[in-house]
Design a protein around this ligand. Structure first.
Ligand SMILES: C[S@@+](CC[C@H](N)C(=O)[O-])C[C@H]1O[C@@H](n2cnc3c(N)ncnc32)[C@H](O)[C@@H]1O
Ligand code: SF4
Length: 464
């Protein structure tokens, strides 16, 4: 019998068969269903409602620090490209104002279990300014002693001063963008990042005591082949990060202008991408990493693996986390929050964000309030994606439904996947098999009520 943390089984034919556009389910409903009818007023109401609870959940605070000095052609993140460092100071002023507005609505007893600084490149902002931001957070919120405090760094844009500020402020997680060490790939994506530089930043982080370091790689970049990328993978294994994300390149040149700078003919074919993925899964799992779920690997002793085993793993906008059940407040331009029953997103343009904060304190411009049906389906999708198993009685007792009756459509959609060996449909549970793990999005999709509308899945990138 296989365990949920065993290595996934790779079958190219099946993966190609199921390769179709689909959501990544960092939220449900997915972002295209956020609407401008949910704005600051509605957000405020939901914040007040959740804070009126006798024991509201702990807080998770996400800060989006959007600046980058130079464009990586593959980048799909929300970034403001600039060389003007003074923008950082002004931006931090606005983050502090937004926090003031949130704090005023917050029950003072609520503790922060998680802080994450993402980007853009947080370390574009000079170290003293980041220190000012950290002090501002500490003045406004109480951070739990065991809080997870993380930051994304670009080794090309980080100084000793930055690393010291993080270490001295109590940051305990570092996430480092690497993507691919191959000089030809680096040149084609306009991100030249010598291996020596990356490794020296990694070593420095270890020396400063960071014992949870994640690295980001991307597969599907121009000129990548399984053979060429394997050399990057070997070097990463030798370096020994605690977690590894290997993102599937979301290539959307029609929507993301700078991706058009990548020559189309340099893109690996779907078959080559599969060869790369197969090599990646094989090498990392053979080296002892556990496949935690979509794109993510972790050392067996990492708490993500423990959470996978005891079914407490959770997934949100920042990826996999052990901090399930927090209210996630998104702070800064374009940030997305998940508070109570809602998702909410701040203005995506820097100027609109800053003007909204000055005028209202908060800067929400769209969101969605979840229905009971949304909450139940989100729970199902999350469990399938994070635990690779779903116990029907847990849904039945939480939501007062008969699982087989309510989800008869989904169960019949899953039948062909069972015939293909991706999933096992038991009387009491749905189990994702080792073969189905790499196609878990496809297994979740039948439970997505929004995809049942014709043409809806075309909004998303492909599943593999
Ligand atoms: C905000 S960046 C990380 C921090 C820093 N800006 C850097 O690049 O080092 C987040 C990660 O998203 C991933 N990423 C960006 N654009 C992507 C795309 N189009 N498809 C897949 N992954 C992407 C990259 O792996 C990148 O490291
Ligand atoms: S990948 Fe990172 S450094 Fe490159 S443009 Fe995107 S956010 Fe900036």
């Amino acid at each position: 019998m296989s365990e949920r943390w065993d290595a996934p089984v790779f079958d190219k034919e099946k993966i190609l068969k199921y390769d179709k556009p689909g959501p990544r389910y960092t939220s449900y409903p997915t972002a295209p269903y956020f609407h401008e009818g949910f704005g600051i007023k509605e957000y405020e109401k939901e914040i007040k409602r959740t804070n009126a609870a006798t024991e509201p959940p702990p807080l998770s605070l996400y800060f989006h620090l959007p600046f980058c000095q130079s464009v990586c052609y593959f980048c799909g993140c929300n970034v403001t490209f600039t060389k003007d460092k003074s923008l950082g100071d002004l931006y931090v002023d606005h983050l502090l104002l937004e926090m003031d507005a949130l704090k005023a609505l917050m029950k003072p007893s609520r503790k922060v279990a998680q802080v994450h600084w993402g980007g853009g490149t947080p370390t574009f902002i000079p170290a003293p300014t980041l220190k000012r931001l950290w002090d501002g957070i500490m003045q406004r919120f109480e951070i739990a002693p065991d809080a997870e405090i993380g930051v994304e760094i670009d080794p090309r844009a980080v100084s000793e001063d930055h690393l010291r500020v993080f270490a001295e402020s109590g940051f305990n997680r570092i996430s480092m963008g690497i993507q691919d060490y191959d000089p030809m790939v680096q040149k084609a994506v306009h991100r030249v990042q010598p291996r020596e530089l990356t490794e020296s930043v990694f070593d420095r982080c270890r020396k400063l005591g960071f014992n949870s370091i994640n690295v980001d790689l991307i597969y599907g970049l121009p000129y990548q082949t399984a053979e060429r990328f394997s050399s990057t993978v070997e070097k990463i294994i030798a370096m020994g990060p605690d977690r590894i994300a290997v993102f599937n390149f979301a290539y959307l040149p029609e929507m993301i202008g700078h991706q058009r700078a990548i020559p189309r003919e340099a893109m690996p074919s779907p078959m080559e991408k599969l060869n790369i993925l197969e090599m990646v899964v094989d090498r990392f799992t053979s080296a002892g990493y556990v496949y935690v779920g979509m794109d993510h690997f972790a050392r067996p002793e990492d708490e993500l693996c423990r959470a996978l085993k005891d079914r407490t793993l959770y997934r949100n906008f920042q990826g996999y986390t052990t901090k399930a059940g927090c209210d996630l407040y998104g702070i800064g331009v374009t940030s997305i929050g998940q508070v109570g029953r809602c998702y909410v997103q701040n203005h995506k343009e820097l100027r609109a964000y800053q003007e909204a904060v000055k005028a209202h304190g908060l800067a929400a411009f769209r969101g969605v309030l979840l229905t009971d049906d949304d909450l139940m389906r989100r729970d199902i999708i999350t469990k399938l994606m994070c635990h690779f198993v779903l116990y029907k009685n847990e849904i039945e007792s939480a939501y007062g439904v008969s699982f087989d009756e309510t989800f008869s459509d989904a169960l019949s959609d899953l039948k062909p996947m069972e015939d293909d060996g991706l999933v096992a449909l038991h009387a009491d549970r749905i189990e994702v098999t080792p073969l189905g793990r790499l196609m878990v999005r496809n297994i979740a999709m039948p439970f997505d009520a929004y995809l049942r509308k014709p043409g809806e899945s075309k909004r998303f990138s492909r599943t593999v």
